[in-house]
Design a protein around this ligand. Structure first.
Ligand SMILES: [Zn+2]
Length: 300
């Protein structure tokens, strides 16, 4: 029976979320713990989550554990670097082997956006999709013809660093006017400071209630997201486009606003209109742990 269960961990800057999937992909148990930074902190947080999952299911959970983590991931070596918010800098950290030694089970390591992309594919049943993660940054994952596309340097889908505005702000990557400086959670936080409320939520509520400056900021943001989708779609023409990441907690109002921006971009182009990008768009259900689900599928 245990063999039918699979475990996925999504290691984020603030929390580590772990879950157990049953044979049908249903979530049997879900646990979250604060993530402590640095190698020892990350491994310790993951171990606490794994122990709690064993307790919750009463199973030994001896199968391979899939792990998603931000940063540049060398899947073959099981190493990660540039996970800056986790205290992992420019040196490769052999996290797969550290975790396997601590948890006592085999581990596979994957970039968190790629893990979420696999989760979105499992959730939708689509085997050809682009997953656009709108979190602090902006990045996409690609499942093309049923296969995850990582790219020769792990840079496939780094759409946030496509420059679109020569007069725009300097991006943390060193270029100017990247999509990430317009269409990301950090761009929203800078453009619409909101105290304790998540900026995206505050902005969309203000825009809906008719605040003209909020409408301007929201529309610039949604046009940026639509531009990212247009670039991705013209590059790989996916069957399905899924919005995820922290900003996608907005749910259907985000999908509606981005769909509207796509329709406006297509209004003057019969070619673009014929592609029906708005019609391919969906959003991950609020609070669905898509990256941890994808990580669990990786371990199968
Ligand atoms: Zn950039």
């Amino acid at each position: 029976m245990t063999a039918a269960l699979s475990v996925g961990l999504d290691i984020g800057a603030t929390k580590t979320l772990g879950l157990v999937l049953d044979a049908d992909g249903g979530i049997l148990a879900e646990v979250r713990e604060p993530t402590k930074p640095g190698a020892d902190g990350i491994v310790g947080s993951a171990a606490r989550v794994f122990d709690a999952l064993r307790d919750a299911t009463g199973q030994s959970l001896a199968g391979t554990v899939g792990v998603g983590i931000p940063g540049l991931v060398d899947v073959e070596r099981g190493s990660v670097k540039h996970a800056v918010n986790l205290g992992v800098d420019g040196d490769w950290l052999p996290l797969r082997d550290l975790l396997a030694a601590r948890l006592g089970v085999p581990v596979v390591l994957e970039n968190d956006v790629n893990a979420a992309t696999l989760g979105a594919a499992a959730l939708s049943g689509a085997d050809d999709l682009v997953y656009l993660s709108i979190g602090t940054g902006l990045a996409a994952g690609l499942v093309l013809d049923g296969r995850l596309r990582r790219g020769e340097h792990g840079a496939a889908g780094e759409i946030g660093h496509v420059p679109v505005d020569p007069q725009g702000n300097v991006c943390q990557c060193g270029q100017r006017g990247c999509l990430e400086t317009i269409a990301s959670g950090s761009a929203l936080a800078a453009a619409w400071p909101s105290g304790n409320v998540p900026p995206a939520q505050a902005l969309f509520e203000a825009a809906r209630s008719g605040d003209p400056s909020a409408v301007v900021v929201r529309d610039r943001f949604t046009r940026g997201v639509a531009s990212a989708i247009r670039v991705l779609s013209l590059a790989v023409d996916p069957a399905s486009i899924v919005l995820g990441g922290g900003v996608a907690q907005l749910g259907e109002p985000l999908r509606d606003a981005v769909a509207q921006a796509l329709l406006e971009q297509a209004a003057s182009s019969p070619f673009l209109a014929s592609l029906d990008l708005a019609g391919r768009l969906s959003v991950v259900p609020s609070d669905y742990p898509v990256a941890a689900v994808g990580a669990a599928f990786l371990g199968r």
